[in-house]
Design a protein around this ligand. Structure first.
Ligand code: PGA
Length: 259
């Protein structure tokens, strides 16, 4: 029998919200969500680094169930890497989930598949969960190269990762043309690619690992399209950008079962 996978919905705030705004947003989100929501869905927020300590304090002192996430980290443990933040530093703040290889990191900051793989290993090595991002450009999709691109990113990202670790990971499929554009992949396209990713994981790492790994869809997820996406068998959650900045909207996404 298939392992039931607990859905995970993650808010990627990108470079938005200072630490005061972050505290307010987390408090409001906590107020909007109830115990059942947290039982049904893992909810993580991924603020800028400067906010993490502030939200950690609020989340822990009020015993909130919201998971603390980060958007990136460097793969070295420490040293002369001006401007970078290490995985151990994040682990010390009780961060549990770290987005790795987001398309904005790859495209704007030149992160390679090799960097992404090292980051995946650094995150896992510090007992946190990577959210490994993949996704094709519009040009690649139109040229029929979407699957090849995503397969390459997944295989490179998972290279040398132990099977047990693979099973514990989250993969986010985010077609680049759907990010911040208001243009969502159809739930059928999203399902097809998520099923394809599960197949790639099965082939590379084993059927059990593929059954356990959680796959999120990301790209213009909103309260109005989340239910249909979550109804797909291989979509186990969402990575939400713009719509996670406002607590009411993000809570409505987490509560997709109600609509
Ligand atoms: P979006 O961003 O929801 O604003 O499209 C998604 C993401 O980049 O993670």
């Amino acid at each position: 029998m298939a392992t039931p996978r607990k859905p995970i919905i993650s808010g990627n705030w990108k470079m938005n919200h200072n630490h005061f705004e972050a505290i307010q947003c987390v408090q409001k989100l906590h107020y909007r969500l109830d115990v059942d929501d947290h039982e049904n869905v893992d909810v993580s927020v991924h603020p800028p680094f400067t906010d993490i300590r502030s939200i950690q304090t609020v989340i822990e002192s009020d015993k909130m169930k919201i998971l603390i996430g980060a958007q990136n980290c460097y793969f070295e443990q420490k040293g002369a890497f001006t401007g970078e933040v290490s995985a151990p530093m994040l682990a010390k703040l009780n961060v549990t989930h770290v987005i790795v290889g987001h398309s904005e990191r790859r495209e704007i900051f030149g992160e390679t598949d090799e960097d992404v793989n090292k980051k995946v290993k650094a995150v896992l090595g510090n007992e946190m969960t990577p959210i490994l991002c993949c996704g094709e450009t519009l040009e690649e999709r139109e040229a029929g190269r979407a699957e090849a691109k995503v397969e390459g990113q997944i295989l490179a990202g998972l290279a040398g990762v132990t099977k047990a670790h693979v099973a514990s990971m989250v993969i986010a499929y985010e077609p680049i043309w759907a990010i911040g554009t208001g243009r969502t992949a159809t739930s059928e396209d999203a399902q097809n690619m998520c099923a394809f990713i599960r197949g790639v994981v099965a082939e590379a790492c084993g059927a059990e690992q593929a059954e356990a790994v959680r796959i999120q869809y990301g790209g213009s997820v909103k309260p109005g399209n989340i239910a249909e996406l979550m109804a797909q068998p291989d979509i186990d959650g969402a990575l939400v950008g713009g719509a996670s900045l406002e607590a009411d909207e993000f809570a409505a996404i987490v509560q997709y079962r109600n609509h």
